[in-house]
Design a protein around this ligand. Sequence first.
Ligand code: PEP
Ligand code: MN
Length: 345
Amino acid sequence: MMIIMKPRSTQEQLDEVIVAVEASGLTPHVIVGVEHTVIGAVGDGYLVPTETFEFLDGVESVKRITQPYKLASRQFHPEDSVFPLDGFTVGAGEIAVIAGPCSVESRSQLLETAHAIREAGANALRGGVFKPRTSPYSFQGLGEKGLEYLVEAREQTGMPIVAEIMSEAQLDVMLRYVDVLQVGARNMQNFNLLRAIGKTRLPVLLKRGLSATIDELLMSAEYILAGGNERVMLCERGIRTFETTTRNTTDINAIPVLKSLTHLPVILDPSHSTGYFEFVTAIARAAVAAGADGLIVEVHPNPAEALSDGRQSLKPEKFAEMVSQVKEIARVMGRELAPIHVSAA
Ligand code: PEP
Ligand code: MN
């Protein structure tokens, strides 16, 4: 439930409410808004009557949150979540561009890609090192060696690095290297992994499952938020439909729908959602027009030789073209691309 404090309530009154929330077996999450401070009391709230808090000093009202996700809902947190990543801000009206290869394949492939995407205006570098491949005989990723290459690319370009985590067992090594943890579509409902990530304070890019509904995506985000990790970005990456001409079907609806249901930033992945490089730029434009807060795009210097997802990877020059088109769409929408890292080499 949500406990809304009166505009001029005091710190002592807030502290008393927090004590009462904890005494009821609920966990308090305090949000200081422009006018009101709100305390989200999360847990088995249906067992606790609203009167427990209604008559405490400084409390204006108490409301039950009707959605199954609480901390992720706009009802609880009406203003957009805005949070800094290393060098740029997510969710503040600027569009973040994350790009890089599907998989880190070699030092030279990664460094070449990193310099090219930075030149084209990317804000962050992606690269998988633990790959969730459909076949166990496909390239599985370089593991820790790949993380070392990502760090070298970060040092050379100044861009923060994003890599996918597949299991709790990888958490320690990932925490030592990456700036943003990506949770892939196949792990969206790996609740133990989500809980473990919730205990960290690393920003998360949570991808929608192949057949997950929007509510299910939000409930997965809730697992992370409930652990106290507030920096979650949601990523629409296409869903499975009856259509087979593309790898997945981009659910463009998800962008405005998510923006209405949640305060969390929404990122679109036009690479996995189409599966073919020819369609990536068109869908990237559509995503920005629909209100996405960012894009995550696969780029490879030589897609024909890529060890994973070459068919959907843009060559660096096509990526640069995509960025300039997306910039135009952003301008029409009264937004702009996030500026690139100032301290980069
Ligand atoms: C990826 O980003 O390379 C990836 C595996 O994405 P998804 O989990 O969306 O399939
Ligand atoms: Mn991929």
